[in-house]
Ligand binder design. Structure first.
Ligand SMILES: Cc1ncc(C[n+]2csc(CCOP(=O)(O)OP(=O)(O)O)c2C)c(N)n1
Length: 629
């Protein structure tokens, strides 16, 4: 960590093998960014991990995780309107949460400039959809730079920051999962001695920052002018790339990661298409595109997800009256997933079968057996689901939310029939309760999500007097995205902070029926949930247990740490297998013959949450043998 922190601050130029996300953190240092904010979400949290490698006192900018993406954009904007260059980063669907503020940004005058880094997720590796945020950028007059590699992520961040400052606007840096997580040897420039940026306390001038009435039209006009000027920027800075193979027949217009997949696909072709790789994908540089179209008989627009560039390319051809065949999504039928090299080969085979590209995705000879994602051994959520399942009745409807506890929908628990987006469970449960079923609608919320977007749903339930039960799955951290702190943890990114207890928030809102139970106390939790299901209005159970992955990692770092396990007394085991089949801890396995239940010591953390699940009392803490540690 120390080495990484030192590298990120190194004054001289250097080259290092890094992830795209790490390269961006160095870009922030080089660009003189002063305020950076975020809410965690894959594929971007490693930007924060890199920032955390720089000691707080030496960090040249302020960083904070905010309570959600909207607030993160607002904090960054407040700094940038005061003259401080700022940046904000989050995952694809984070832009939905931020959008009320985000769509407004480029109506505003932003002297410091702002970079909005969005991690889109073609392939939905870690998101509930594949949304293509170029649309939201277009809707909000936001220029978009799209890198395709870690080196480009670094370079384009610097360019985005400089454009944002020059045009006093917000610029989007659109990343995708493997640009964030891919590694490459990146050449970093040295740090220049730029004069320190002085913040000016923002005063405004009585109207020019207030989008009301006639001001809106003026602001929109300015946004359009700034966007047009941004559209020329990538060309002026030489960011677009033309790979000219002298092929008058075929060309490809592409951007981002698909460009590299394309290079791979045609690496051994005799006939290679000419390639125009756009660095700025909104707005598309019409004259550059038109020029390329004029030089080819047929042009493929190769892009992941939606036909965003394709529409712009077709519009350019139409307006400039260019006689060219444009192949896009109709031909490729490729609206879903990532443009991996194999996928791009497949596309080329389909549309240009005579071109000798590498064979499409090689057939996989032996598929890995399907395996469900699992909660970790010792996870408090498992213990909670095991206990809650005993309280639920046939007609109760459970609504899941986003986090590690989403996995409760899987067998053996099967709790959570519906999943939408962060914090949506409470409102959905209230709507479901309006259908008047015989059971109770039960919403689940993680603790980070409670603060992020959960509170308004609870308020609505109270305000509109809905009957629903809420179970807050409180593990003290934002577990799913890598254990970031949240307002209930008593720490923020930079040190200790006042803990905001969920119970007190609920009490403050007027919830009177609240039970707080450690999830390892399974019968107490079952009882608390039973009562909540019978309650007449809004009742809440806070099902608490610290995240055991975080806890165990911390323990392992301590000197003298001794691993603990449970063991099975084979004499007592009656093979009911509740530990495996209903509790579902992955530490339990069968022996070779398939009869005996065994404990896998590589997985078991000795938490003992399983002990109470065994009706035969066959599970116990492992007895240490003489001489063992
Ligand atoms: C709008 C949005 N922002 C960020 C994320 C990424 N994300 C997935 S789950 C999650 C929160 C998990 O924390 P918590 O609610 O405490 O549940 P836990 O994983 O700890 O069980 C986040 C931030 C997302 N899915 N949607």
């Amino acid at each position: 960590m120390k080495e990484l922190g030192d590298a990120l601050l190194r004054r001289e130029s250097f080259a290092e093998l890094v992830m795209g996300n790490t390269a961006i953190a160095r870009g922030m240092v080089e660009a003189g960014t002063k305020v950076v904010t975020s809410y965690p979400g894959s594929p971007t949290p490693e930007i924060a991990a890199a920032i955390s490698a720089i000691d707080h006192e030496r960090r040249p900018f302020h960083f904070e995780f905010c309570v959600n993406e909207k607030v993160a954009v607002e904090v960054a904007y407040g700094a940038a309107v005061s003259g401080l260059p700022s940046a904000v980063f989050f995952k694809s669907v984070g832009l939905n949460v931020a959008s009320d503020t985000f769509v407004q940004l480029n109506h505003m005058d932003i002297p410091g400039g702002m970079v909005v880094i969005v991690g889109d997720d073609p392939g939905a590796h870690s998101s509930q959809n594949e949304q293509d945020n170029r649309h939201l950028a277009r809707m909000s007059y936001t220029p978009v730079l799209e890198p395709g590699s870690p080196s480009e992520a670094y370079r384009f961040y610097l360019e985005a920051a400089s454009l944002a400052k020059r045009n006093r606007m917000a610029v989007m840096l659109r990343l995708t999962t493997h640009v964030c997580h891919g590694k490459e040897r990146v050449s970093f420039a040295g740090l220049s001695d730029t004069p320190p940026v002085e913040a000016e306390v923002f005063r405004g001038d009585g109207g020019s920052h207030i989008p009301i009435g006639v001001m809106v039209a003026k602001m929109k006009k300015r946004a359009l002018e700034r966007l047009a000027s941004a559209g020329e920027f990538a060309g002026e800075r030489g960011l677009h790339r033309l790979v000219n193979s002298g092929n008058p027949r075929r060309g490809v217009i592409t951007a981002g990661l698909p460009f590299y997949s394309l290079l791979d696909a045609v690496s051994r072709s005799e006939e290679k298409p000419d390639i125009l790789k756009l660095a700025m994908v909104n707005p598309v540089d019409r004259s550059l595109v038109a020029d390329f179209l004029r030089k080819h008989e047929e042009v493929l627009v190769l892009e992941e997800l939606d036909d965003f560039m394709e529409q712009a390319v077709k519009a350019a051809a139409f307006q400039e009256r260019i006689d060219v065949i444009i192949r896009g999504k109709e031909a490729t039928e490729d609206w879903i997933g990532e443009h991996t090299p194999g996928r791009v080969r497949g596309i080329l085979h389909r549309i240009w079968p005579d071109m000798t590209v590498l064979p499409p995705e090689p057939a996989v000879s032996h598929e890995a057996p399907p395996r469900f994602p699992q909660m970790c051994p010792g996870c408090g959520h498992r213990s909670a689901f095991h206990a809650i399942g005993k309280a639920l009745r046939e007609n109760d409807v459970t609504v899941a939310d986003i986090g590690c506890h989403t996995l409760g929908f899987l067998p053996p628990y099967r709790i959570g029939r519906l999943l939408m987006s962060m914090g949506a469970s409470t409102g959905i449960a209230q709507g479901i309760s309006l259908a008047g079923g015989k059971g109770t609608a039960v919403a689940f919320l993680g603790d980070s999500t409670f603060f992020h977007a959960g509170i308004p749903g609870v308020v609505n339930g109270l305000f509109n007097r809905h009957r629903f039960a809420l179970i807050v799955m409180d593990n003290g951290t934002t577990a799913m995205t890598g254990h970031q702190d949240h307002p209930g943890s008593g720490r923020n990114f930079n040190g200790p902070s006042e803990r905001i207890p969920i119970r007190q928030v609920l009490e403050g809102l007027g919830v009177t029926d609240i039970a707080e139970v450690d999830t390892y106390s399974q019968s107490a939790l079952t009882e608390a949930v039973r009562k909540a299901l019978e309650a007449p209005g809004c009742s809440v159970v806070i099902a608490k247990h610290p995240c055991m992955l975080k806890f165990t990692r911390e323990q392992r770092r301590k000197p003298g740490f001794v691993p603990r396990h449970v063991e099975i007394d084979q004499g007592k085991c009656t093979l009911i297998r509740e530990c495996m089949e209903e509790f579902g801890c992955p530490s339990f396995t069968r022996d070779q013959g398939g009869d005996k239940v065994m404990v896998n010591p590589d997985l078991c953390i000795g938490d003992g949450s399983c002990i109470q699940t065994c009706p035969s009392k066959a599970i116990a803490p492992e007895q240490r043998k003489e001489g063992s540690r």
